[in-house]
Structure formats: structure tokens, C-alpha cells
Design a protein around this ligand. Structure first.
Ligand code: ADP
Ligand code: MG
Length: 716
């Protein structure tokens, strides 16, 4: 078997080290998150010992996948020009071959240090350190598509060669007719006729084979391209910073989905430009060669006429495809909204209003589609008419020349009339292409809007990945407002030291949740800084922030799958035992016990069918299982009754270590037992901040003190 190597013991330490080293050697590679490393470790642990030799390559392959770097190319010996390379060496383990010295020694780097070796063990496997498939910061949707085609230029060149052959073979039919009329009939050369006919049969058959081969080549490339584009676009979507997310989920999803239209247009158009269009000119040249300039001019005039007809309809088609697409996106948005809010809709009885909005949008979309169809139909009919007229005129001019001179034969006229069809065929494609272009342009401009949204670690080329976080916060002159809204929060200064346990209280809409999201790095303030352990939050790699900070949102979202998958969320470092223990502790155990499937209980998309309290328990259990270093909890017990609240209180007290930072937004007095410091929000921001008891006392004394500026009562 290709991947088989004997006696290699790749350990988890090796893989961790390898992941780290690859990231530092190839700076553009992402730092792997704790979870990804654990996943790789688990793969090693799970490998069946009988297949272990095989698995070593598989683990490195998975590592490449985690780096989003495609599949590694394995070599049987190190390639000096490709160093540094990952080496899997029998009897040695996992190494990086860094260099070949002037003395002919290989410099090997391993988890325990460096070594020099003149000879390397036999049967080793070597792969170049992965090159990331880099998505640059300012990448646009357009460049993504152009890149996808340019990187596959080889395939397109092959397809063009195949098409060239097809087109040349197609010449055979026209030349055959010419020979038959000019040579065979006048001389009654039956032998020649048979030979020519067999030749043309072979040519037609060859054309079929080449066409099939071309479509196979293209099919694979298009499939691969689809996969690559959908991967990159979805990754881009996942990377959008939370405060940049557009309000309409439906519209956004429709915009993202529309990439298929652009892909399909870009491949068709590329083939048209590379293949069909140049051949129209070649056939025109052949006509000129056979029948002379006058006939060629007739065909050229009709060619230009058909082209003009195609382009004339362009503007109208453009307008209607654009508005049609925007209507279709809005329809999708409405659909998503209805599915999500079906309960509220039913209970409030306003279904009819939504229905009339739906009808209106459907009508709009249909009207636009109708207009586009009308335009393209007209263009198609006109171009068909032009083709017929061109044929008639060609025969007319050809016949006149044949009748008045010896420059053109009957065979020549027939050959030219067949060829003129080939010249005009690509022009006939233009109306269809223009419709596709309209759709693709509208979809591209939509997608471009998604690509303009800022990403996590926006404009940070090398996000920081500190080993460990302490949980120190400093907020300076922070101002944040949601898109197109007035300022939601402003904080002049807020210092939180590692290990502090803080509660935030305040009226609804005062910005408590927003503050927590800023501290979780989900939002970026429009001005000011959120420093986390002395580093700007946006400079720290998102995966590292997510690993370290346990943020429990106010509204817990569940994903379609099982209870287990929702609790683990890809976190594979949790043992079954831990999982069950924590579930029992948080009270989820009783939910599982009441269901025969237990942890494999099916959860539908968005967690429909799970109560608010249960969602909260699942969210809390999920958070505790992820073992964060910093805890940011937004109303963790809002939907729980007293009994569960007490449970949660005691489990949080037990799980949050003294050195870990806790910031808790709550309106439940009992949770204040977890904290020593209390921050009170008013409509204008923080109005009180200090030791819990002192602040509570102050609040009791003066219930009006919520008005006024931010006072530090630490000294009171
Ligand atoms: P709190 O948690 O204190 O109740 P929030 O931080 O959720 O308040 O909200 C602060 C303000 O920001 C409110 O006025 C709210 O309407 C607004 N807001 C919250 N979330 C969004 C959002 N996603 N888009 C626009 N405005 C929002
Ligand atoms: Mg809130």
C-alpha cells in the first residue's frame, strides 16, 4: 500500500509540535485551536494498532486539512529545493528536515531538538510544509472566481485544444460536400465518393469521442471548482465579525448561495471567449478562402448584425435580472422569517399580512422573470432570423458569382453555407450569455457586499496567539453602536484584574449584553480599545479567544443534531464520564432520563421543541464542558426556576477557579453571591462600580443614584 511505513511511532507530542512548527515556519498558516489539536490527538489514539503504519500519513494529511492546505504530496526522499519538509522516518518518528548542509548532512528537527544525519532511514515519507490556500485580507468575490479559473488554466487549455480539434474535424463535413459536388458528381467517381464518405464518418466519430473527453475534463474541474468556491465563501461567511452581520439572515443566505450562478457563467463565458468566438473568425477566414471576399463580407455583415441584436437587449435584461434577484432574495428572507417566527405569527393572527407581502414579492419576481424571458426570446428569434437571412444572402451572392464567373463552384457555395452556420452559431449564444451575465453580475455584486463585511481580526495579517490568558481587561474610551443605530454603549474606563468575579446589573437595553460581547471579542468598538491581557482584542487570533473565553449568550442557539453534538460542539476532549457527570450536575440529567434516547435525543434546527430553560441548561453545560479560562455569562439563569438556579449557582462556584475571571450579567439577586464586585449600568453607561456590598448599600440608600455619571465607590 502506498502509505505504508513500518515502525513509526508518531505521538500526540509529535503532532502538537509539528502543528506549532509548521505554523511558525509558514507564517500564513493558522495556529490550530486547542480543539483541533485535541482532534488530531484523538485520531492518533483511535488508530487501530494494525493500521497504525498507515495512520501516520493519515494524521499528517489531517493536519494539512486542519491548515486548510489541501492534500500533502508524499515523496520517498527529501527534495532539497522543497525544504523544510515533514518527514515520517521508520524507527525515528516524526521530524522536520530543515536543511542540507555543505557537508551533505541533513539537519533534522524533532520535538527534542536538532540532529545532523548523513543518511536517512530507508522507506521514509516526506511532504513539503503546507502552503496555505491563502485568502488575503482584501480578497474580493470577483478575484475569488478569477483565481478559481486561472488556477485551472491547464484544464481550460486542454478543453480548448479538444474544441480546436472538434472544430477542425467539423470542417471535414463542409469540405466533403464541396468535393462531392465539384469532383465526384461531374466525374462520376464512385470510388472517391466511398473513400470520402468513410473519411467523414471517421471524422464525425472522432469528434464525438473528443467532445466526450472534453466534457469529462470540464466536469471534474467544475466540480472541484464548485467545492473550492463553496468552501471559501462559507469560510468567509463564518469569519464575518458579529457586529458586521447583516440583519436579514434570509437575504444573506440567498446572497451566499448565488455563487453557483456566477460560477456557471464564468465557466461558460471562459469557454466562449477561448473557443467559440475565435473559431467564428477562423470559419470566416475559410469562407473567404473558398468563396472570396464578397461572400465573406455578407457573412461578416450578418455576424455583426446578430452581435448588435444580442447587445441591444443587454441593458433591459440587466435591469430586470437585478431587480428580480433582489426580489428573490427578499422572498427568501421572508420565508426564513416565517419559518422562524411561525408561532408568533399564528398567535397574533397576522398571517394574512405576511401572505400579501409574499404575493407582492412573488408577483414582482415573476414580472421581472417574464421581462427577462421576453427580452431574451426576442433576441433569440431575431438572431435565428439573421442566421436564415444570412444563409439566403450567401446563396444569392454565391450563385450570382458562380453564374457570372468561374471563381466559385456549386460545391463551394454549399461548403460556405455550412460554414456560415458555424460562424453565426456562437452569436446565437450571445442572448443566452447576456441573460446569464445579468444574473451573474447581480449575484456577484450581492456577494461582493458580503465580502466587504469586516472579518474577525480585520486587517491583522498575523493574529497573536498567546499560550495562556490571565483574564485581565482594560476598556478605554470605548464607544460602540450597531449599524445605523444610536450609540449602544460608551465606557470611559473599566479595569478588570485576573481572578475578579464581577456582576453587571442595570435596566433593559442599557448595553450590558453589548459590553459582554465586546469583552468576548465578538464586536469591535467604533472607537476606543478593549485590551485583553494588555493586547488589543482584535489582534488576538479568533480561535484562541474562543478557546479561552467561555461566553454564554443571552439567547442560546441550538443546532440541528443530537443533544450530545450540541453539548460537545466539536469538543472532543470530553470523556463520556465527564459528560454524564456534568449533565447530572447541571440538571440536564433529568431531561435525558425522561427520554429513551438520552444523550442521542434529536434536536431540530434552531432547537425548536426545546424549552427556554432547557436551552439555558444545555448552554451552561456546553460552557462548563469547554473548560474556559474566562467566564462571561449573560443572564445565565434567566429562564430557570429557583431550584435549578441554586444548582447552577453551586456548580459555577465549584467550577470557576479563584484565579479565573468571571463577568456575569444578571438581574437575579441570588447570583450576586458568586461575585465580589458589582457594576451598575444606567441609560448612559456605568453609573456605579465597586465592592458588591458597598454598591448594594449605596443602591439601597439612594435608589435615585442611578442617575448621574460613573462613580467609583471603591473607596466608600
Ligand atoms: P441589555 O443587555 O442591557 O438589555 P443590550 O446590550 O442588549 O442591552 O442592548 C443595548 C442597546 O442596543 C439596546 O437599545 C438595543 O436595542 C440595541 N441592540 C442590541 N442588539 C442589537 C442588534 N443586534 N442590532 C441593533 N441594535 C441592537
Ligand atoms: Mg441583555
Amino acid at each position: 500500500m502506498d502509505n505504508l511505513i513500518e515502525n513509526i511511532n508518531v505521538t500526540t507530542i509529535d503532532i502538537k509540535w509539528l502543528a506549532e512548527r509548521c505554523s511558525s515556519l509558514q507564517e500564513d498558516l493558522p495556529r490550530l485551536s486547542r480543539q483541533m489539536i485535541t482532534l488530531l490527538e484523538k485520531t492518533i489514539a483511535d488508530l487501530d494498532s494494525t493500521q497504525f503504519e498507515d495512520g501516520d500519513c493519515a494524521v499528517v494529511e489531517q493536519l494539512f486539512e486542519a491548515f486548510d492546505a489541501g492534500a500533502p504530496e508524499w515523496h520517498s526522499e527529501p527534495v532539497p529545493s522543497a525544504l523544510p519538509m515533514i518527514a515520517l522516518l521508520p524507527g525515528v518518528g516524526c521530524r522536520i528536515v530543515c536543511a542540507l548542509t555543505a557537508q551533505g548532512q541533513w539537519l533534522l528537527e524533532g520535538p527534542d531538538g536538532n540532529s545532523y544525519d548523513t543518511t536517512l532511514p530507508d522507506n521514509g515519507k516526506y511532504a513539503q510544509i503546507p502552503n496555505p490556500q491563502k485568502i488575503t485580507i482584501n480578497v474580493t468575490a470577483r478575484s475569488l472566481f478569477i483565481n478559481a479559473i486561472v488556477t485551472r488554466k491547464q484544464v481550460f487549455i486542454q478543453a480548448v485544444i479538444a474544441s480546436t480539434l472538434c472544430n477542425l474535424l467539423a470542417l471535414a463535413t463542409s469540405l466533403y460536400s464541396m468535393q462531392v459536388y465539384d469532383r465526384v458528381i461531374p466525374t462520376q467517381g464512385i470510388q472517391t465518393l466511398i473513400t470520402l464518405t468513410v473519411g467523414v464518418f471517421i471524422a464525425v466519430f472522432l469528434e464525438l469521442i473528443i467532445k466526450k473527453a472534453r466534457s469529462l475534463i470540464m466536469e471534474d474541474a467544475v466540480k472541484e471548482m464548485d467545492h473550492e468556491l463553496s468552501h471559501k465563501i462559507f469560510k468567509r461567511l463564518l469569519g464575518i465579525r458579529m457586529d458586521q452581520f447583516p440583519a436579514s439572515v434570509g437575504t444573506l443566505s440567498a446572497q451566499v448561495r448565488s455563487y453557483e450562478t456566477i460560477r456557471s457563467f464564468s465557466t461558460t463565458f471562459t469557454m466562449f471567449i477561448l473557443n467559440d468566438a475565435p473559431f467564428a473568425l477562423l470559419f470566416l477566414a475559410v469562407i473567404m478562402f473558398i468563396a472570396g471576399t464578397q461572400v465573406a463580407i455578407v457573412v461578416l455583415v450578418f455576424f455583426l448584425l446578430a452581435l448588435a441584436i444580442g447587445f441591444m437587449s443587454r441593458k433591459r435584461i440587466d435591469i430586470h435580472t437585478k431587480s428580480g434577484l433582489s426580489g428573490a432574495n427578499r422572498k427568501m428572507g421572508l420565508l426564513v422569517e416565517v419559518v422562524e417566527g411561525a408561532e408568533s405569527l399564528k398567535s397574533s393572527g397576522v398571517g394574512w399580512q405576511i401572505l400579501s407581502r409574499w404575493d407582492q414579492l412573488s408577483r414582482m419576481v415573476m414580472e421581472d422573470a417574464d421581462k427577462v424571458r421576453q427580452c431574451s426570446d426576442t433576441a433569440n428569434y431575431l438572431s435565428a432570423m439573421v442566421q436564415q437571412l444570412s444563409y439566403v444572402m450567401l446563396v444569392c451572392v454565391g450563385a450570382y458569382i458562380a453564374a457570372t464567373s468561374t471563381d466559385l463552384t456549386t460545391g463551394g457555395i454549399i461548403a460556405c453555407s455550412i460554414l456560415s452556420g458555424r460562424v453565426l452559431a456562437p452569436v446565437g449564444m450571445i442572448p443566452g450569455l447576456i441573460v446569464q451575465w445579468g444574473h451573474a453580475k447581480a449575484a456577484l455584486s450581492d456577494l461582493e457586499k458580503v465580502f466587504l463585511l469586516e472579518q474577525d481580526n480585520h486587517e491583522v495579517s498575523q493574529p497573536l496567539s498567546p499560550e495562556k490568558f490571565q483574564g485581565r481587561y482594560l476598556l478605554k474610551d470605548v464607544h460602540f453602536s450597531y449599524l445605523g443605530r444610536p450609540e449602544a454603549i460608551s465606557v470611559d474606563k473599566l479595569v478588570i484584574v485576573p481572578g475578579e468575579k464581577i456582576a453587571i446589573v442595570g435596566p433593559i437595553g442599557s448595553g450590558k449584553s453589548t459590553l459582554l460581547k465586546l469583552m468576548a471579542g465578538l464586536y469591535k468598538p467604533q472607537s476606543g480599545q478593549v485590551l485583553f491581557d494588555g493586547l488589543d482584542m482584535q489582534q488576538i487570533s479568533r480561535t484562541h479567544v474562543s478557546d479561552a473565553i467561555g461566553y454564554l449568550p443571552q439567547n442560546i442557539h441550538l443546532f440541528g443534531g443530537t443533544l450530545r453534538s450540541n453539548l460537545l460542539m466539536g469538543n472532543s476532549c470530553v470523556s463520556e464520564e465527564d459528560l454524564l457527570t456534568i449533565c447530572q450536575l447541571t440538571g440536564l440529567g433529568s431531561m435525558m432520563a425522561s427520554h429513551p434516547k438520552g444523550l442521542d435525543l434529536t434536536i431540530s434546527e434552531g432547537g425548536n421543541g426545546v424549552s427556554g430553560g432547557q436551552k439555558q441548561l444545555i448552554g451552561l453545560t456546553r460552557l462548563i464542558l469547554s473548560k474556559p479560562d474566562i467566564w462571561l455569562l449573560d443572564e445565565p439563569t434567566a429562564s430557570l426556576d429557583e431550584g435549578f438556579e441554586q444548582r447552577v449557582l453551586s456548580i459555577l462556584a465549584q467550577k470557576i477557579a479563584p484565579e479565573q475571571t468571571l463577568i456575569l450579567v444578571t438581574h437575579k439577586p441570588v447570583l450576586l453571591n458568586l461575585v465580589q464586585r458589582l457594576i451598575v449600568f444606567g441609560p448612559t453607561g456605568i453609573i456605579l462600580d465597586g465592592p458588591r456590598d458597598a454598591v448594594l448599600e449605596r443602591l439601597r440608600q439612594n435608589s435615585d443614584s442611578a442617575e448621574g455619571s460613573h462613580q467609583n465607590v471603591g473607596a466608600c
